[in-house]
Design a protein around this ligand. Structure first.
Ligand code: NAD
Length: 374
């Protein structure tokens, strides 16, 4: 192995090294971030451009680092992280084996060190729309698949930005939370294969005929349409859920960030009460799957459906979010206010505001509620 210092070995925050043998190149970043794990390192290889993003401080800060490599590499990167020192090793495979590299390439310290995620540039990676499946009359499951060479993890409760380029040269950007397929069955949505799951992200998206983004998305053809996807962003801390039971209050597609949280909580043997607001029965996403989840976890999972525009046959709860609906569903005997509950809220902005107001008067605080908004 030859070990060489690269032209700009220190960025002030992260120092770097690299080494090579006949088949591979290893880039080493000394981040000094103790407790870092490999999921916090996202990489992207596009030709000779190697982009690395490292998240730290509970994912709330990030560091972007780009290398314009002198030679092309295979589009895959093995990431190894030392938990105790924060040393990150990135193993790249040479395309032209036996070719000796005289230097690694040109470094670009994009963010000049770790910076708050809110100030980080929005980097997008190209993905292809590989699948579009109908879930109900206006909600579809979109699967976006990345070319090999992309390595990323979306933390629980976090979202990405999707960017669509239009024919007139403009672009539209919207935020969406990827969904998981860990419900007991995926009857209305065919489960993707395990391999697909590691290279793809899946989004449940409602098509609004008057919505410029979703109607443009709806026109894309499966198989060859490209969409750009940002690095994950968000402010939800999974640690807030430690030892808590969860009250999930969702309206419409606002269910998307809450499903993964609910599944994680149930797996950890804690309770989830879901209050799910929709207009009509036809609008309820995954009604059967939630029923199966109740059967699978009879003492741990309970779903209440509330319809704002029910037909006459509907025997369940009716109306919009209100004090009396919360009293019936969560503030009554099912979820005693013993400090063990954490509430997660997502839906239209007025729905969120009203729900937060009601939870506030029921004694919930910033420490015991998270609203997924924006
Ligand atoms: P929708 O218009 O079909 O409404 C669903 C239910 O929400 C209604 O039945 C009603 O009970 C309630 N509701 C709607 N407007 C309300 C209001 N003004 N006041 C009180 N309650 C109200 O819902 P949709 O079209 O599926 O929209 C879902 C919303 O969730 C969108 O605004 C979307 O942006 C948001 N969302 C956010 C995230 C996130 O992570 N931040 C994720 C998914 C969806």
């Amino acid at each position: 192995l030859s070990i060489l210092s690269i032209s700009a070995p220190s960025t002030g925050v992260v120092t770097t090294d690299w080494m090579q043998n006949s088949t591979s190149v290893t880039v080493i970043l000394y981040t000094r971030q103790k407790g870092l794990d490999a999921r916090q390192v996202s990489t992207s290889i596009d030709g000779k451009l190697f982009h690395i993003r490292i998240y730290s401080d509970n994912w709330l800060r990030c560091y972007d680092y780009q290398i314009h490599l002198v030679e092309a590499v295979e589009p895959s990167c093995k990431v190894t992280v030392s938990l105790t020192t924060g040393k990150v090793e990135l193993l790249l495979r040479k395309i032209q084996t036996a070719l000796h590299w005289h230097k690694l390439g040109d470094l670009e310290d994009v963010s000049q060190g770790f910076q708050p995620l809110s100030q980080a540039p929005l980097f997008f990676r190209r993905a292809v729309l590989t699948r579009k499946l109908r879930v109900n009359h206006n909600v579809f499951l979109f699967t976006l698949t990345f070319p090999t060479g992309q390595d990323f993890y979306v933390p629980v409760g976090w979202h990405v930005q999707l960017k669509l380029s239009l024919e007139d040269g403009s672009a539209l950007i919207r935020s969406y939370t990827p969904i998981v397929f860990d419900l007991p069955s995926c009857k209305t949505t065919e489960c993707p294969s395990k391999t697909e799951a590691s290279t793809s992200l899946h989004f449940l998206i409602k098509i609004y005929s008057a919505g410029p983004f979703t109607s443009a998305l709806d026109r894309l053809a499966e198989g060859n349409s490209s969409i750009e996807v940002s690095f994950p962003t968000g402010n939800f801390l999974e640690s807030q859920l430690e030892n808590k039971n969860v009250i999930a209050i969702a309206a419409g597609t606002g269910i998307t960030p809450l499903v993964r949280i609910a599944i994680d909580i149930l797996r950890n043997n804690r309770r989830v009460t879901l209050v799910f607001f929709n207009r009509t029965q036809e609008d309820i996403i995954w009604k059967e799957e939630f029923r199966e989840l109740e059967l699978k976890y009879p003492d741990k999972f309970k779903v209440w459906h509330v319809l704002s525009e029910p037909d006459e046959e509907w025997l369940g709860l009716r109306g919009r979010i209100s004090k009396s609906i919360l009293a019936t569903t969560i503030l009554g005997g099912d979820c005693p206010d013993d400090g063990s509950n954490f509430a997660c809220v997502c839906g239209p902005s007025d729905f969120i505001l009203e729900t937060l107001r009601l939870l506030d008067s029921a004694g919930y605080t910033n420490e015991t509620v998270h609203a997924f908004s924006g």
